[in-house]
Design a protein around this ligand. Sequence first.
Ligand code: 13P
Length: 253
Amino acid sequence: MRTPIVAGNWKMHKTIAEAVELTRDVRRGVMDVEGVQVVLCPPFTALAAVREAIGPAGIGLGAQNMHYEEQGAFTGEISPLMLAELCQYVILGHSERRQYFGETDEGVNKKARAALAHGLTPIICVGENLEQNRAGETAAFVGGQVRAAFEGISAEDAARIVVAYEPIWAIGTGVAAVPAEVNRIIGLSIRGALADMYGEAVAQSVRVQYGGSVKPDNVADFAVQSEIDGALVGGASLRADSFVAIVKASRPR
Ligand code: 13P
């Protein structure tokens, strides 16, 4: 049994004060929820304050990106060594980073290895764009992204990784993917690639989230799918009421 993981990717939103307020409200809202791992991913500037606001609550904390080196002359970058002091998770290879900041599969792989070496759990994002989707290239493209991201990673480490399947055309558009189709792509391309690389046991233990316009009113349709283990939530994670509703609807039934 895989524990569903629902993560809020706050992207470039929330001042420290706003982040603390949202964290407190989420904490209150999910206090009695069992069977779901909740993770908050604020901007770097709010990580320490959110960590403090989470306190002893069983809520995970994640960053949205990192460099793969421990330290060095990389102005403006944050290292895995630094993050390991603050949080447990790190989102890697989000499509916005691939699109606007030139992230490559190779870079994502380097970051994933570095994160694992520092005890961080990578949340590796994959997903096709609209053109690829229309051309019927989704399965091959996503499978390739998974293979590239996991290259050279041991089976033991691979089992700790979380993959987020986020079709680019579904992000921030209000048009979520069709749950049954997401289930099919995860089984075929993501678990399929992992099974080829590591065998069925690892493929079945990796948690795979869905992301892309997840809202309180559609999350249950994803949560019931056998291959989907929670959600990576953007817009709807910026308010406690909608995020808490998504967490509650993601409980295993
Ligand atoms: P939205 O939930 O706003 O579509 O964003 C999804 C996403 O990119 C999460 O990483």
